[in-house]
Design a protein around this ligand. Sequence first.
Ligand code: FES
Length: 106
Amino acid sequence: MKAAFGTPFSEPVQKLLHQTKDNMKTTEETKETTIQVCHGPVCSDLGSPHLASAFEAKGVKVVVSGCRSQCGNAPCVQVDESIIYEATAEKIDARLEELTIQKSTL
Ligand code: FES
């Protein structure tokens, strides 16, 4: 069984994590809706890479993030300023829809 904590990230994941900071700058500049999907060991074991792939396929900008020390609530996905715990595609869709409605009423 894979250890839940202390497992070093593979080289491809480390590269993605280093790219996160650059991606965030781009997001701030463009104001594009982005979701940050934790790819820490627990979230990954509970399907966060599948969530990331599914939302990328829908055209949502996805940024990979590291462990947020919220492993007991995995998988964790941040949408705008809020973190969705025990994230599912349905929860993420609902939050994205709320954001769309908020932006359209501004
Ligand atoms: S692995 Fe995602 S919060 Fe720790």
